[in-house]
Design a protein around this ligand. Structure first.
Ligand SMILES: [Zn+2]
Length: 290
């Protein structure tokens, strides 16, 4: 995907790398719910525990440890975004997502607030508790920030078979989808439904995750003149690789639909495709209506 270089004034970036959680913060503060992602799922499958428990445990973990070595945090958005290629791609995607979603919210007369992007390495701190790279990228509804250890991109490429720049853009666009859900109120609605009916918690989680995939597709569709040949395939492959059934199989377990929290490979590919083909955020309402 050929994205413009980020506008340093339009991205809200925070950098906790190389400083044990002490970084700088630029721009507005934020507020939304942690999506468990791939590695947490892989780990939880391997460990045989519920991903929610794993995350809950992590959130209660002790304060971030002092990091030594590794990249030194930038001192402003431009420096942080240009620290390496992975950071640059993430900021470019974030900038494009802001530009794409802001007018959609304006048209719907819903207040728009851009989410923050927090870079951290291994361990960081978030409004949802300790951020650990094993959790994979996640969105915290409490502070409305996306948390990313860019080493996840290496894992995607080398361990999950989700290759290509667009696969990485899709990760940011998916987390951004959770921010959209915070602003529309869908995530709060699902969260209270989960509290009322804990037995349906996983099923309800799948709805949110698929809707976030769909929103990622809508963003791609609205920028389709920037897509390169192969991007759609790269995104769909990533959606396939990180489907719950595929991750369970990779971890040596039989896929168990009741334990799905993000949706099967087929469902995730379908959700991304639905967004890409519909090119309209209303196309993603279907997940809340089911
Ligand atoms: Zn998610």
């Amino acid at each position: 995907m050929r994205l413009d270089e980020f506008d340093p004034n339009s991205v809200n970036v925070e950098d906790q790398r190389g400083s044990g959680g002490r970084g700088f913060s630029v721009g507005r503060g934020g507020q939304v719910g942690c999506g468990t992602l791939v590695v947490a799922l892989v780990l939880s499958y391997v460990l045989g525990v519920d991903p929610g428990q794993l995350l809950g445990g992590m959130e209660q973990a002790s304060a971030p440890q002092e990091q030594t070595g590794g990249p030194v945090a930038g001192t402003n958005a431009s420096e942080s975004c240009k620290l390496d290629q992975a950071s640059l791609e993430s900021c470019n995607a974030l900038s494009s997502l802001n530009k794409t979603w802001q007018p959609i919210f304006a048209a719907a007369k819903i207040t728009f607030q851009a989410p923050g992007l927090v870079f951290y390495q291994n361990v960081g701190s978030s409004g949802c508790g300790s951020a650990q790279s094993a959790m994979g990228p996640f969105y915290c509804p409490e502070d409305q920030k996306i948390y990313l250890d860019t080493d996840f991109y290496r894992q995607m490429d080398q361990e999950l078979g989700a290759t290509g720049q667009f696969a990485r853009d899709y990760v940011i666009a998916h987390e951004y989808g959770h921010h959209i859900q915070k602003m529309t109120g869908d995530s709060d609605q699902i969260r209270s439904a989960q509290q009322q009916n804990p037995r349906a918690a996983n099923q309800l989680s799948v709805k949110l995750e698929l809707q976030a995939d769909c929103y990622a597709g809508v963003w791609a569709a609205k920028n389709k003149d920037r897509l390169d040949p192969g991007d759609m395939e790269s995104g769909l492959n990533a959606a396939h690789q990180i489907g719950d059934d595929n991750l369970m199989r990779s971890a040596g377990r039989n896929p168990n639909e009741a334990a799905f929290t993000h949706g099967s490979s087929a469902q995730r590919m379908d959700a991304l495709r639905r967004g890409m083909q519909g090119a309209d955020d209303n196309a993603c309402n279907v997940y809340m209506q089911q």
